[in-house]
Design a protein around this ligand. Structure first.
Ligand SMILES: Nc1ncnc2c1ncn2[C@@H]1O[C@H](COP(=O)(O)OP(=O)(O)OP(=O)(O)O)[C@@H](O)[C@H]1O
Ligand SMILES: [Mg+2]
Length: 290
């Protein structure tokens, strides 16, 4: 039963059906996407995971309406993108969709300061100007607010790009590896801003290799060779079979926790704990304490 404090029901913001994207390659066409179906709803953060080259950036660029598919359809806020005029598509992109590209500088005005970049994004979306100061503070950018984007460090540029994507909580927020340039503390600030946008209603989609970004998401969608693999809610229980040799196949959301494909296995009574090696001390990895 709905109460006054329960979150609003999610609404579908974007959908892709049978998406195909082909690129010319040296030995013929490369299929970056081979028939992807996916749906993204308000009030949620989706982590888009998958190995390098699996099609994550390609999918985000299509959802951002910056590229056209070779097959299939993209629907954003109820509009079939292919049927929109260039003008309507630009208007929809400006007001309803934000895209922070994999190289943050691609999405910023280099000659404008950090604050001016955020102000520009706020104007496009009709967001209150007060949000600029709030976001600069929350992203740890107050001290560089007046520095031109071209002079900022890679991590500062990345946080400005996340701020521009989140300001005004637009319906669809697309961020391509938003924590790639960040340390643990500043990544936490960026992820908190993305979660805030989702809390305010955005459908947030984050392409990422970062286990902390996956952990901050509501669901994980895995791409492999341009095909959507498994999808699951973060924190969901999955049942996995163990083969006769004792091998266990981890679900994709768990796999991202083990980027080096190495794990420390600890038996604790009737539980088995799997951890990445860098989270355990020397005693846990079998070394002896002196
Ligand atoms: N403009 C392009 N021209 C030719 N091939 C491209 C182009 N853009 C992407 N590709 C190819 O499409 C495939 C998917 O690329 P994409 O950038 O979407 O991968 P990704 O999952 O984002 O990888 P990463 O994690 O390294 O960012 C790759 O094989 C890539 O080489
Ligand atoms: Mg990419």
């Amino acid at each position: 039963m709905r109460t006054d404090t329960s979150p609003p029901d999610p609404v579908e913001v974007a959908r892709c059906l049978g998406l195909v994207r082909l690129y010319p390659g040296s030995t013929g066409e490369v299929a970056a996407l081979r028939g992807v179906d996916a749906s993204f709803s308000s009030h949620s953060v989706t982590a888009l995971t998958g190995p390098s080259g699996s099609g994550k950036s390609t999918l985000l660029a299509l959802l951002a309406m910056r590229d056209r598919p070779d097959g299939g359809t993209v629907t954003v806020l109820g509009h079939d993108v292919a049927s929109l005029s260039g003008r309507d598509r630009r208007r929809l992109a400006r007001t309803g969709v934000t895209w922070a590209p994999q190289r943050p500088t691609d999405g910023l005005f280099p000659h404008l300061s950090a604050a001016q970049n955020l102000e520009q994004a706020a104007r496009w979306r009709g967001a209150p100007r007060a949000e600029v100061g709030t976001l600069l503070r929350r992203l740890g950018l107050e001290e560089v607010a007046d520095v031109r984007a071209s002079r900022l460090s890679g991590g500062e540029q990345q946080r400005v790009a996340v701020g521009c994507a989140c300001i005004g909580s637009p319906p669809l927020v697309l961020c391509d590896e938003p924590t790639a340039e960040l340390d643990e503390d500043t990544a936490a600030l960026a992820l908190a801003a993305l979660r805030d946008a989702a809390r305010s209603g955005s459908a947030v989609v984050v392409a990422t290799h970062d286990p902390d970004a996956v952990a901050a998401s509501d669901r994980v969608v895995g791409l492999r060779h341009g095909v959507l693999g498994t999808e699951q809610a973060v924190g969901a229980t999955v049942h996995a079979a163990i083969d006769r040799a004792g091998r266990l196949q981890l679900p994709p959301a768990a796999l991202t926790l083990f980027p080096d494909q190495r794990a420390v296995v600890r038996v604790e009574g009737d539980r088995v704990v799997l951890e990445p090696p860098d989270r355990t001390g020397p005693a846990d990895t079998g070394g002896e304490r002196s």
